[in-house]
Design a protein around this ligand. Sequence first.
Ligand code: EPZ
Length: 421
Amino acid sequence: MQLFEINGGNRLRGTVPISGAKNAALPIMAASILVDGETVLRNVPDLADVRQMQALLAKLGVRCERDAEGALHLTVEDEMNTHAEYDIVSKMRASVCVMGPLLAKRKRAQVAMPGGCAIGDRPIGLHIQGLQALGADFELTNGDVLLKAKKMRGSEIFLGGPFGSSVTATANVLMAATLAEGTTTIESAACEPEIVDLADYLIACGARIAGHGTPRVTIEGVATLTGTSHTVIPDRIEAGTFMIAGAITNGELMLEGARIDHLRAVVDRLRRIGVIVDRAEKGLVVSSARRIEPVDITTQPYPGFPTDLQAQAMALLSLADGNSCITEKIYPDRFLHVGELSRMGAQLRKEGPTVIIEGVKRLIGAPVMASDLRASAALILAGLIAKGTTRVQRAYHIDRGYEKIEEKLSAVGASIRRLEA
Ligand code: EPZ
């Protein structure tokens, strides 16, 4: 098993190329099931989760290959199989994004229930409710969701859940509605940039969608969709992670390709902390040369502060001049990084969905355990500034969502290397 070894204390300076967004690429790859002809996707990051989705699509009859320039070419060759099996879905929740496209195009979808994961329960009731509203019959069979529909009809669908909107439920219903007969309106749709990017791809394939990026999305069904070329948006969570890397090391980083308009809540909090964030011609520049001010952060659906940057923000605020509070409103149990940051000297107290962070003067390097993708990133960030050496076990968590992270960090001055444990 691989681990990252980091020697703390280096200020990061230089340029970091931001990769394409994992959480845009995955649903768009799934959407290729809907279209006739070839789809060419550019700026798709080379990640474990993307390779998982390629493997799943191959089992579902979609040929998916990268060309010499790194673009993904996807073409449906066989529509017989409609079963996304547990061994793949259990490893990657985004596999549920094939449900809507399979149902709409092949009139049947059998997808293993994803089950829970390190950040908490991952229910899919909203996905099922939305697809049933479009005319699907639903049954649970041997741990799989089985959906069938002779004909899909447009409908008025409310997709709000107990924790607000659902990103992949919005994606599934949006994709299915593109081929349903008539008009579909999704109320309380997710507004994430990844949903906008998915809609932009579908529109380029001939779908008729309006309101994407707002809580009310309207879709006029069409008979067929035709494959096209599309460039995936930059990854705002990777960009936010590197913004915090620049802040925590009091460095100065140029994040090439980052879109500041996708990061308004993050920029707001970082500026209150005392971090300088400026728009640049090809991205954004982040720098910090002062102490870290304490702030309160509450995670919200977009455009609020993203839950996927909660752990990384906690690492930064562990070193603030005073007490901060982080409240997790999307996944109330998403705190496995609290115990590990505490091993490095962070003073953290969990009170339900809130963690009170008492700022300390320094963190101390230690062997720590990664638990999920973003918690692992937080531990690496803490290791960048901690006194001494930090070893983050289970590097595979990071490889799911960050492309070449140790290369990107080393290129701007971090002392980090990947080791075989
Ligand atoms: C997406 O997950 C992202 N993954 C997650 O990123 C991200 O944390 C999450 O959105 C929230 O922003 C992808 O896009 C592939 P949700 P998703 O459905 O769609 C509840 C990462 O690190 N809910 O928006 O699965 C759910 O329990 C990953 O890249 C229901 O109650 O998340 C949660 O509390 C981690 N019923 C909230 O909604 C449902 O049917 C948001 O979940 C579905 C969700």
